[in-house]
Design a binder for this molecule. Structure first.
Ligand code: MLT
Length: 409
């Protein structure tokens, strides 16, 4: 029998959202007449914008004609999309990116899981805690962390606690680290970073020769004008930061799968003998062996997001979800809960009642209000004592979920 990669056996129980799904199924199987409202995983519910749908139809027609048919695409994505990304998402904010610094992929989840693999196994990683669990899990299977203790904490990870006590802003690590995962607006806390704090991270990375993996999947939700949208708005970031973005949460592409990662040409890593090497070149090389690029039709759909009507329609989606966030935040606060987030992000981060663990609260909310959320502990040790709700539900479901939690808990 083939032996497994031991590092896979170091993973904590199941993947957070798989465990949420499992517990929900156990409950619904036992209570088939109950109508459960799912505000657990951050999955969108509104249909794709009309401009995107039209582009899908047109691209499908391209595939039906010999003259416009497309076979394998470029590994790193079509230039028509990469150019729009560089121009709209960055150029409009005064950040100049080369098209060859943009790598289009099949999702932010894959990008954030895959990026670690071009770094040495003994690189020390630091994570915001709590944060999107894929960063930790992908480093666990890469062998960087060892096994977790009973509290789910991996000795090989430098955790950067983000709690109400520090306003969900992590302190700089007290030791050297090589890779730092920052996620802003933050999933799950909804916190954003100030320009000053982000500048401190860039300065830290430059001083320590570290790399920042900056996940800006929720960038489109930023409303506060002083909050940076991209890490490249900070001087010196091009030498030390990789930025990931996604079409999932702004344009509703969770079922379409499309994202991109920016790797600036200035970024360097070291070979074993200390020779500096281009990270952009290595990431391009890695992409060439692992991908033939996302489907043409999906990339055409994404390009439609950048048309004037696409932009307007995407804005309407975001506004809709942010109204949900206001409904949840306002409703739960009025019911006496302490609620964070929901202003520059589609997540509400709720304190569980004293002495109630986040998984116990998850079970209680499911059993009594028939609402699915996400337990804070699933996002990292410092998520204990919190519970996440997403603003991505439909309006009636969102309103009903709030009402049920208010009246039944
Ligand atoms: C979440 O709920 O945290 C995310 O939607 C999960 C994901 O993006 O994979």
């Amino acid at each position: 029998m083939a032996r497994f990669n031991e590092s896979y056996l170091n993973l904590n129980q199941s993947y957070l959202f798989a465990e949420i799904r499992r517990r929900t199924k156990v409950f619904t199987d036992a209570h088939p007449d109950v109508r459960v409202i799912d505000l657990g995983v951050g999955d969108v519910t509104l249909p794709l914008p009309p401009a995107v749908i039209r582009a899908i139809h047109e691209a499908t027609d391209d595939m039906a004609r010999r003259e416009t048919f497309k076979g394998y695409g470029p590994y790193v994505g079509y230039e028509f999309l990469r150019a729009e990304i560089a121009r709209h998402d960055f150029g409009s904010r005064g950040v100049t990116l080369g098209v060859d610094e943009v790598f289009v992929s099949d999702g932010g989840k894959s990008d954030s899981a895959n990026l670690q693999e071009i770094f040495a196994p003994d690189c020390v990683i630091a994570l915001m805690d709590p944060v999107y669990p894929v960063y930790a899990d992908s480093n666990v299977v890469a062998g960087r962390t060892g096994r977790a203790d009973a509290g789910g904490r991996y000795a090989g990870i430098v955790y950067l606690p983000c709690t109400a006590e520090n306003n969900f802003q992590p302190a700089l690590p007290r030791r050297h680290v090589d890779l730092i995962y920052l996620c802003y607006p933050n999933n799950p806390t909804g916190a954003v970073v100030t320009r000053e704090a982000l500048t401190r991270w860039v300065e830290y990375a430059r001083a320590e020769d570290a790399v920042i993996l900056y996940d800006a999947a929720y960038e489109a939700y930023i409303v506060d004008t002083e909050v940076p949208h991209s890490i490249y708005e900070i001087d010196g970031a091009r030498e030390v930061a990789i930025e990931c973005r996604s079409f999932s949460k702004n344009a509703g592409f969770t079922g379409m799968r499309l994202a991109y990662t920016v790797v600036p040409k200035e970024m360097r890593g070291r070979g074993v003998d200390g020779t500096p090497m281009s990270l952009n070149t290595l990431w391009a090389r890695r992409t060439a062996i692992k991908s033939n690029g996302p489907p043409y039709i999906i990339q055409k759909a994404a390009a439609a997001v950048y048309t004037p009507e696409g932009q307007q329609q995407v804005r309407a989606l975001i506004d809709f979800y942010m109204e949900n966030a206001r409904i949840i935040g306002g409703g739960l606060a009025a019911a006496g809960f302490t609620v964070y987030g929901g202003r520059n992000a589609p997540y509400l981060w709720v304190r569980t009642p004293p002495a109630v663990s986040s998984w116990d609260f998850f079970d209680k909310v499911l059993a009594e209000a028939h609402v699915v959320g996400a337990p804070g502990a699933g996002f990292g040790p410092s998520g204990e004592g919190y519970f996440r709700l997403t603003a991505f539900g439909s309006r009636p479901q969102t309103e009903e979920a709030v009402e049920r939690i208010k009246t039944r808990l």
